[in-house]
Design a protein around this ligand. Structure first.
Ligand SMILES: Cc1cc2nc3c(=O)[nH]c(=O)nc-3n(C[C@H](O)[C@H](O)[C@H](O)COP(=O)(O)OP(=O)(O)OC[C@H]3O[C@@H](n4cnc5c(N)ncnc54)[C@H](O)[C@@H]3O)c2cc1C
Length: 391
């Protein structure tokens, strides 16, 4: 999105004409098909995902990196980054979250190691925008401690019977299937889980409740119940017992997807605030004249640039096929808090106006709060970093 403040000269080092064409297409889509409706969707507490994702699927947005054999674009991580950066211009985090569940959270494992049956039946419709997906890991008794989850899958002939519940599931109300982690045996350790594709229209599957959140209100979040849900053995992704390991890999895609959205959105929040404080007068001069405020904004922009450069470094590592667990955990830890601080600090500069629901900054403030909790809380990221570092 063009801005009158930043110069994007540095971008030329990373992006060519093809990247910029994708950027422009996604940018126009956000401006035309998403932002004008954000207020309405927030009010209704639901974005119309079937309609929106179909449009995005038709434009090839839902499978940027995925295999063209299954409807994907077959592009690399730089194109993925460009797509995610443009999602950052959406006026709130709820819709980008719904989209990245589809593109980076519920589908990577099926794409990477799914069978032909899984790819044809579930991945292709997700890429085309014909099916809405969700990722079901968290349970009422197990969030940060994923290994504690109690949802149980038992083998019965050529199928699995699943019992349990999942909480805080994004797209859970509108989802057509959930990529769901369940325990397959009571053995200790991590090799006793399965990652299953569970259609939501099967007997025994129910949405217990649509949850009432403080932010990201247009994103539907559900409590799900599974009561003797039967799925074919073919709906197990990868080898039996390896679901936990697969989900840990899938988490790296999930966490990474938030970075470009967070730094782009943080930057937009800052420019929006600059516009406001240039107009707002206090003590007979515009607030922008206060050096303390200008410095604060400049400090955040500096941190945003550092976060962005860490993200670009991760893209380079991904292009080399390297393990990015350490860097992605650092990005999630740092970026989540930065996003919190920028939204909070900019709301402060809007004063009472910022505290009103009708102001966009209040939405950013409430939405951003999730980012140091969801998808792995900050403390969990610190744990991972310490472990990878060996202390
Ligand atoms: C809006 C929203 C959408 C979500 N979407 C999904 C989804 O689509 N799919 C899904 O599976 N899950 C989803 N989640 C769940 C989310 O990933 C979890 O909320 C998150 O992992 C934290 O788990 P918890 O809520 O159980 O917190 P707990 O595990 O109870 O932790 C509470 C707090 O304790 C602290 N803590 C945790 N571990 C440690 C530690 N090792 N050391 C020190 N402190 C620690 C952290 O501050 C943490 O926030 C969503 C959550 C929300 C709120």
């Amino acid at each position: 999105m063009e801005t009158k403040y930043s110069t994007k000269d540095g971008n030329r080092i990373y992006f060519n004409e093809e990247h910029e064409m994708l950027r422009q297409t996604v940018n126009e889509f956000v401006k035309k098909e998403i932002n004008p409706f954000m207020d309405e969707w927030e009010e209704k507490e639901m974005a119309p995902l079937h309609d929106l994702f179909k449009k995005m699927g038709d434009l090839g947005f839902l499978g940027i990196r995925y295999d063209p054999e299954y409807g994907g674009q077959g592009l690399d991580y730089w194109f993925d980054l460009v797509f995610l950066e443009e999602l950052g211009h959406i006026h709130g985090y709820g819709v980008p979250m719904a989209i990245t569940v589809q593109t980076h959270m519920a589908t990577p494992a099926s794409h990477d190691i799914g069978t032909e049956y899984l790819k044809e039946t579930y991945l292709r419709p997700a890429i085309q925008g014909d099916m809405i997906t969700a990722i079901g890991v968290t349970e009422p008794g197990a969030g940060s401690d994923v290994a504690k989850l109690a949802t149980r899958a038992k083998r019965d002939g050529d199928s699995w019977i699943i019992n349990g519940s999942k909480i805080f599931i994004t797209n859970g109300v509108q989802g057509d299937y959930v990529t769901l982690l369940a325990r397959t045996s009571d053995e200790p350790g991590y090799h006793c889980f399965g990652l299953f594709v569970v259609p939501t229209d099967v007997p025994g599957f129910s949405v217990g409740k649509k949850l009432d959140k403080i932010g990201n209100r247009c994103s539907d979040t559900a409590l799900l119940y599974l009561d003797n849900v039967r799925v074919p053995h073919g709906n197990l992704i990868g080898p039996e017992g390896e679901g936990f390991i697969l989900q840990m890999k899938q988490f790296q895609h999930e966490r990474f997807a938030a970075f470009p959205i967070m730094y782009t959105m943080s930057q937009d929040i800052i420019y929006m605030t600059v516009d406001y404080i240039k107009e707002r007068e206090v003590q007979r001069e515009p607030l922008i004249m206060k050096q303390v405020l200008r410095h604060r904004l400049a400090d955040w922009l500096t941190e945003i640039e550092c976060f962005k450069q860490l993200t670009y470094h991760i893209v380079r590592m991904k292009m080399e096929g390297m393990d990015v667990t350490r860097e992605v955990s650092m990005g999630k830890l740092y970026g989540g808090h930065l996003f919190n601080r920028v939204a909070d600090g900019c709301l402060q500069m809007f004063g009472g106006t910022g505290y009103m629901h009708e102001s966009l900054i209040s939405r950013y403030y409430l939405d951003s709060r999730l980012l140091s909790i969801g998808g792995g809380a900050s403390e969990v990221m610190s744990d991972v970093i310490a472990k990878v570092e060996g202390f």
